[in-house]
Design a protein around this ligand. Structure first.
Ligand code: ADP
Ligand code: MG
Length: 344
């Protein structure tokens, strides 16, 4: 089974970025209000993530890193599904299979924290009480040490951009949680936002601080019959796009693809992306650069395809065309209200 596990794990965790995404989602599910990441060699050497969430109680250590074990499925109901879709208890077991994993965790109830190490099959190999605050620290060393093909195929340079991008996106979608990302080699802070920093501030950190005047709130009316529970977000106005075009400013990490979250999961939706960009561009000359778009959608959980493979971010939902059309209508309305004269 060791080989089977390793192969399966290699499909779920295909780069440090997958690993980081899964860990951030776990911290958010654990109701953390502070998430601090540290990386070395772009996550290949070390990924550390400290949160102040619920912590993990000692009794759960033996099953924590076993495949298909999740604490989230037992308390499965519609309300939770809407908050946490995509859980299948595979992330930690996969990470464990292809790295050296250690955790330090403490729940509110327990008097001390515990440090616990796992072998590549998810068995506990050591466990000891130590001092610590409520919350969980994951330490992942030597990711892919036993999957040489992954190590070779990854261009380490791109990975850093993607990591910063990913952390920023979760920060944007999670007002009320502080996020930091630090690089061990030079102690450089790569992303940092306080618990109380606004969504717009978080966006400015990702894209370009000089565009602060141009962020617009976006909202689309709910349509429960279609399954659209809510849709909110932020877009840039038209003049922003043109200014960007004029002085060739682009955001520092090349993030110009729209950011979509569905039920709090970072996803891709090609159809929605195409429709929004074409609606937006219909207000602009062809040469204009892409806008910044961030949308957070809540779709009735039973309408979302939750069985998508964890590495495939593409999500499908029922009544997709109608919902996308509604969202584009709202975008049109917002853009029509803009002072287009400034753009040309
Ligand atoms: P899933 O998230 O699909 O349940 P994972 O393998 O990602 O599966 O995590 C397994 C379990 O470990 C979770 O169900 C949760 O109980 C626990 N867990 C993981 N990370 C954390 C964390 N940061 N804080 C508290 N519990 C956690
Ligand atoms: Mg998880």
């Amino acid at each position: 089974t060791e080989t089977i596990n390793k192969i399966a794990a290699g499909e779920i965790i295909i780069s440090p970025i997958n690993c980081i995404k899964e860990l951030i989602e776990n911290s958010i599910d654990a109701k953390a209000t502070q998430i601090d990441l540290t990386i070395q060699n772009n996550g290949f050497k070390i990924i550390k993530i400290q949160d102040n969430g619920s912590g993990i109680s000692k009794e759960n250590f033996p099953l924590l890193c076993k495949r298909f074990t999740t604490s989230k499925i037992q308390t499965f109901n519609d309300l939770q599904r809407i908050e946490t879709f995509g859980f299948r208890g595979e992330a930690l077991s996969s990470i464990c299979n292809i790295s050296h994993l250690k955790i330090i965790t403490k729940t509110e109830e327990e008097p001390f924290a515990y440090e616990c190490e796992f072998d590549s099959n998810g068995n506990v190999i050591s466990e000891k009480p130590i001092a610590g605050n409520t919350g969980t620290l994951f330490i992942i060393n030597d990711l892919f040490y036993n999957v040489p093909s992954r190590l070779k195929s990854l261009t380490v340079k791109d990975e850093l951009k993607k990591i910063i991008d990913c952390v920023s996106k979760y920060a944007i979608n999670n007002k009320g949680i502080s996020f930091s990302l630090k690089r061990i080699e030079d102690n450089k802070m790569l992303y940092n936002c306080k618990e109380d920093s606004s969504i717009n501030d978080r966006i400015r950190l990702l894209i370009n601080s000089s565009i602060n005047k141009f962020l617009l709130d976006f909202e689309c009316e709910e349509d429960l019959e279609l399954g659209l529970v809510s849709c909110k977000g932020v877009i840039t106005n038209l003049s922003y796009s043109n200014e960007l075009n004029g002085n060739k400013k682009s955001n520092s990490y090349g993030t110009n693809a729209p950011i979509f979250f569905i039920n709090n999961r970072l996803i891709d939706c090609e159809a929605l992306k195409k429709a929004l960009l074409s609606t937006y561009n219909s207000f602009l000359p062809k040469t204009a650069s892409r806008p910044f778009i961030y949308l957070s959608l809540f779709i009735k959980p039973e309408n979302v395809d939750v069985n998508v493979h964890p590495t495939k971010k593409e999500v499908f939902f029922i009544n997709e065309n109608e919902i996308i059309e509604n969202i584009c209508d709202s975008l049109r309305e917002i853009l029509q209200k803009q002072d287009v004269s400034r753009t040309f």
